[in-house]
Design a protein around this ligand. Structure first.
Ligand code: GDP
Length: 472
């Protein structure tokens, strides 16, 4: 219900010098006026907008003074929620603050649910949905860079990008009309098609750019993921133990010993990195007859493939004791295909270099200078490897002034909008009915509208605001 007046403690639980109780809604001023007695008021109407009033919060039923404090009234629509808002700054004792909320509820207010103040700000058009979410991200940011990235979303940077995208797609939609209206005029048709294609291409790269900015921000907030990948028995687990300085992975001469993904946090050049040691890469077709032993291993392999997509860095481990660093070049190339497009995020490591130095790596897709030689057994070259990993990560985390901290919801909507655009671009424009193109484009617009909340459902709003704290 939006017509009632809500109240909540807006400061964190616990004891503090000050605690703020906030009211929002049509009755806010009336409820405040019936409970707050300004001290030394000189005006006929004691509560002035946006003025700090010192006074007492009094329960007039019992005559008890709950506390002394400062009251400020922000009349609608110039308030956080867009409604009449009253803030009482009292002593930060939970007993006092809870008593104050109890009194204000008896006078007609209702206890606010989590995020309800911000939800009202959204419903009253003060901020859009992406900005509302950024409020929670600003409150929850755990690093300076994450805070900056969340603040950019709150200031509307994401919303502006989404609005630009929307405008391009709407323009392209307009041209689909032209294709219909000027069906007899090939010149106009051709012009419209070129325009649609140009705009959609631009939209696609704008979305890809936004997602890349998010990828960088995510790394700062959550740390990066580095994946140790390669054939079984090349020494991934041994390398993991070397890099973490702990015995976290099982090292065994039998291939396929690492059954599950072992994860460990390390710091590399100041960046938090979650190192993943994976089950040995082996195509499942090699695992026959399928025994329970192999089933466990093939599950591990499936997870490795998922991790390829998430990893910021893939450390391909090769074996210096094999003539070409791998048992089978073809097999290895297949796995690299699985990690399609990962070359820019890849580093090649030649392990067991204590056993040989005459390996032929000319088949590798990147120049051999990119291969770091190490021995997990002796520790030789591990320092160089750390440096190389740190540099690779750093190159992906530059220009953080541009980062945007998106939520999984935003990422999903952007990806779906991009898929609709791609669908449209994949159709042969000359042969496709314009109505069909328009359907794809409208779908793309709908996905974008979900981000800013132009289209929103109660269910979506419940999900968005449920992870807010009460009082925000
Ligand atoms: P994974 O299956 O890739 O995780 O490989 P492991 O780390 O379990 O190692 C497989 C075998 O290779 C074990 O017997 C290790 O002791 C051995 N190994 C690992 N790294 C090195 C190395 O740098 N030099 C030598 N000589 N042996 C190694």
């Amino acid at each position: 219900m939006r017509n009632d007046t809500i109240v909540a403690i807006s400061t964190p639980p616990g004891i503090g010098a000050l605690g703020i109780v906030r009211l929002s809604g049509p009755e806010a001023l009336d409820i405040a006026a019936r409970s707050f007695d300004p001290v030394g008021a000189r005006h006929a109407s004691p509560l002035q907008p946006r003025h700090a009033h010192f006074g007492r919060l009094v329960d007039h039923d019992t005559g008890e003074t709950v506390d002394e404090g400062i009251l400020t009234w922000f009349p609608a629509p110039n308030s956080y929620t867009g409604e009449d808002v009253v803030e009482m700054s009292l002593h930060g004792n939970p007993l006092i603050l809870e008593k104050a909320v109890g009194l204000l509820c008896r006078l007609g207010a209702r206890s606010a649910s989590p995020g309800e103040f911000t939800r009202r700000a959204f419903l009253n058009g003060k901020i859009d949905l992406a900005q509302s979410e950024a409020v929670a991200d600003i409150i929850g940011a755990s690093s300076e860079a994450a805070l900056r990235a969340a603040r950019r979303v709150k200031q509307g940077d994401l919303s502006r990008e989404v609005a630009n995208l929307r405008e391009e797609i709407i323009a392209a939609l307009g041209y689909t009309e032209a294709v219909i209206d000027f069906a007899e005029e090939p010149d106009v048709q051709e012009h419209a098609r070129v325009d649609i294609e140009t705009r959609l291409k631009k939209c696609e790269s704008m979305i890809t750019g936004l997602l890349a900015l998010h990828g960088k921000a995510r790394r700062l907030r959550e740390g990066s993921i580095a994946l140790l990948a390669g054939e079984p028995n090349v020494g991934k687990s041994s390398l993991m133990n070397r890099l973490t300085g702990r015995d976290v992975s099982i090292v065994h001469p039998t291939p396929g010993t690492t059954r599950d993904v072992v994860r460990e946090w390390i710091e590399m050049d100041g960046f938090p990195v979650e190192l993943h040691d994976t089950a040995g890469l082996r195509p499942t077709s090699h695992l026959s007859p399928l025994t329970s032993h192999d089933e466990i291993e093939s599950q591990g392999i499936a997870r490795t493939k998922d991790l390829f997509d998430q990893a910021d860095l893939i450390v391909w481990v090769l074996d210096a004791s094999a003539p070409r660093g791998v048992r089978s070049v073809e097999e290895f190339a297949q796995w690299m295909n699985q990690a399609n497009g990962s070359l820019a995020r890849s580093i090649f490591v030649l392990n067991k270099s204590d056993l040989g130095s005459t390996v032929d790596l000319s088949w590798l897709p990147s120049p051999s200078t990119d291969v770091v030689r190490v021995s997990a057994l002796t520790g030789e070259g591990v320092g160089n490897l750390r440096r190389a990993l740190g540099e690779k990560l750093a190159s992906g985390i530059q220009s953080n002034s541009e980062m945007l901290l998106l939520r999984p919801r935003h990422v999903q909507s952007l990806e779906m909008a991009r898929a609709s655009i791609q669908e449209c671009r994949n159709r042969p424009l000359g042969e496709t009915a314009p109505d069909l193109l328009a359907i794809d484009l409208r779908e793309a617009v709908a996905h974008l509208d979900e981000i800013t909340g132009t289209i929103s459902t109660e269910d979506l709003l419940d999900r968005v605001f449920s992870d807010f704290c009460v009082g925000k």
